[in-house]
Design a protein around this ligand. Structure first.
Ligand SMILES: *Cc1c(COP(=O)(O)O)cnc(C)c1O
Length: 397
């Protein structure tokens, strides 16, 4: 017998979501997550994946994954601190430190896990965290888990950050104060104002934490937002994911040796969740080798991003103020945004609509992620569909 209270809770809430059109139906891909995907037997130009450099389906990574799996098995068999640390994990951490120009790095099973572990390993109830209001959900949850006082500042508003930093410091209430931000904000594609953030952090002695999930592999010749601004030795925590531009799965912190030593004894997902598979770790090493020896993929990514932005702009769409290849197409009203996205889907584009509460009311958008793996033919096909659907729904004239 299952709990009646639970059944009622689930049923009522699911019906409620469905009636509001907020229930997310997940369509499985019948192909890999490449620039063109197959869903329900149809081919669609894929503008929704974070696979910025096409590495998720790269032959070199696949070979490395297969070789490591053959050599060491499909699973690591234990958590890192018991006997789940294989030499391939140590090699990956060394490679990440090199990639990020830091003394050391620690690998987690995902970027989400990394934020769960890293923040609470250093912050507690006697501390405060200054957090950009648009920070990623995993940062927000990681902050909550630490039980530090969370003080939000207005998105990329440096006067507001200075104000909260001053208040937190002068209140005398907190032992440690941290400022935490995404490196690249994924809904608009804008870049955090790191030089100003670092100045304020130095003035008020703040711990600095930059989650560069969308910047690594994209900015700073691949090394990310911190490198882009030449601040590699000024940021305490450089967080990244191995699941976006790197194309595999996993997360990491890069920083000073003592910080990494501490995380290895205090970050709970590192201590209590089995380490990433040998195949994934080996594929990540190959991806980092590719990124550290050539900028060809980044160049193609930026070319494609610029090409697609110019195309949408020429058609008369509002593409916001992105500073990266992420290309929002802002439609505005929520229902129209969803209709637009559905029509794109019917015509052959996979691009997700993003509406309130993920973004403010009236700024609904379809977010496009052109990658280095798209050909001009694919992008032209997508632009032709945008034009057709945009005219049909009177979004462009
Ligand atoms: C995607 C993302 C994560 C989560 O990374 P996963 O490796 O997918 O768990 C964390 N932080 C930010 C800023 C992200 O964009």
């Amino acid at each position: 017998m299952s709990s009646q209270t639970l059944s009622k809770f689930l049923h009522d809430n699911l019906e409620d979501l469905k009636s509001q059109g907020l229930y997310n139906v997940i369509d499985p891909l019948e192909s890999g997550n490449g620039p063109v995907i197959r869903i329900g037997g149809r081919e669609l130009v894929n503008l929704s994946s974070n696979n910025y450099l096409g590495l998720a389906t790269d032959e070199r990574l696949i070979s490395a994954c297969v070789a490591a799996t053959t050599a060491a098995g499909v699973g690591a068999g234990a958590v890192r601190t018991i006997n789940g640390t294989l030499s391939v994990h140590v090699e990956l951490e060394k490679k990440l430190a090199e990639f990020k120009h830091t003394e050391a790095a620690i690998v987690f099973q995902s970027g989400f896990n990394c934020n769960m572990g890293a923040i609470s390993a250093v912050m507690d109830t006697n501390d405060a965290i200054l957090s950009d209001e648009l920070n990623h959900a995993s940062i927000i949850d990681g902050c909550r888990l630490s039980r530090a006082k969370i003080i939000r500042y207005k998105h990329s508003d440096m006067d507001d950050l200075r104000r909260v930093a001053h208040e937190a410091k002068s209140s005398g209430l907190y032992n440690k104060v941290m400022v935490i931000t995404d490196g690249v904000f994924s809904m608009d594609g804008d870049i955090a104002k790191l030089p100003e953030i670092i100045d304020i952090a130095e003035e008020y002695d703040l711990i600095t934490y930059v989650d560069d999930a969308h910047g690594s592999g994209v900015l700073g010749n691949g090394a990310g937002t911190v490198k882009h601004f030449g601040l590699s030795d000024k940021v305490d925590f450089q967080i990244g994911t191995l699941s976006k531009a790197i194309g595999v799965v996993g997360g990491y912190v890069a920083g000073k040796q003592e910080l990494i030593d501490w995380l290895k004894v205090r970050a709970r997902p590192f201590l209590f969740s089995t380490s990433m598979t040998p195949g994934s770790a080996a594929a990540c090493i190959t991806a980092l080798d590719i990124l550290m020896t050539s900028t060809e993929l980044q160049e193609r990514l930026w070319d494609n991003g610029n090409y697609f932005k110019q195309g949408l702009n020429r058609l008369g769409f509002d593409i916001g103020h992105s500073e990266t290849p992420i290309t929002p197409c802002i439609i505005g009203e929520e229902v129209l945004t969803q209709t637009f996205s559905r029509r794109l889907y019917e015509e052959g584009i996979y691009a997700k609509s993003i509406v309130f509460p993920t973004v403010p009311k009236g700024t609904g958008r379809v977010r496009n992620m052109p990658t280095s793996a798209h050909t001009r033919e694919m992008l032209d096909r997508a632009l032709a569909i945008y034009e057709k659907v945009g005219r049909e729904l009177s979004i462009i004239s």
